[in-house]
Design a protein around this ligand. Structure first.
Ligand code: FES
Length: 222
């Protein structure tokens, strides 16, 4: 058994190592160790299936969950209070979902759940188990081609800085799935939950009008 001298030198050695690694490297190692911990937990869960399952602790939440993201089943370790935006960006690497206000105000984090748009910054990940989540990454075609809405946004030069664009794309796709040929006013109303700090609203509406073939309501007027 190690004495206090051993522990002290181990701590000193770890501190020296920590000083030698860059901040980026340190973060990468922390993420990697989290993934290993998740895998170990998953393995333990799998093996537990061969023996009588332990009763769940009352009031506890199972952290290792299966999520349907863009048609794929993803296993991920989720904290009880974790938001979907955090899980998508920092656990699953789906950084197309943006975080801006992080309080259900701007729509940059918009995703679809069972075909309906939600602010993922204000949705608990545990609440979307057994539901279908679609992010902007899930809208591309089988060969990586742009979704028609994305193509129309490109052709209409809709984005300015582009930060809000993924949320605008998801919201527009959800609109056209429910209403394939909206009027410009209907689209304006449907997109009202997606703010654009560049004020490119008319450009996005032009993109939606182009995507749905409503060319009569494309407006490039001054
Ligand atoms: S294009 Fe810049 S925030 Fe919308």
């Amino acid at each position: 058994m190690a004495d206090f001298t051993d522990i002290s030198s181990a701590v000193d050695s770890a501190a020296a190592n920590a000083r030698r690694v860059s901040r980026r490297e340190f973060i990468k190692r922390v993420i990697a160790s989290g993934a290993v911990a998740s895998s170990a937990s998953f393995m333990a869960g799998g093996l537990a299936g061969c023996t009588p399952r332990r009763a769940a602790v009352a009031g506890s939440v199972e952290r290792l969950v299966s999520l349907n993201i863009n048609g794929q089943l993803r296993r991920v370790d989720v904290l009880p209070q974790e938001t979907l935006a955090m899980t998508l960006r920092y656990k699953l690497g789906l950084t197309g979902t943006k975080l801006s206000r992080d309080r259900a105000e701007c729509g940059a984090c918009t995703v679809m759940i069972d075909g309906t748009t939600v602010y993922s910054c204000s949705t608990l990940t545990h609440s979307v188990r057994a539901r279908k989540v679609v992010t902007v990454e899930g809208l591309r075609g089988p060969n990586g081609e742009l979704h028609p809405v994305q193509q129309a946004f490109v052709e209409e030069l809709s984005p300015q800085c582009g930060f809000c664009t993924p949320g605008q794309v998801v919201a527009a796709v959800a609109l056209l799935q429910k209403n394939p040929k909206p009027t410009r006013e209907e689209a304006r109303h449907a997109m009202s939950g997606n703010l654009c700090r560049c004020g490119a609203y008319d450009n996005y509406l032009n993109g939606i009008m182009r995507a749905c073939g409503n060319h009569a309501e494309i407006s490039h007027g001054v």
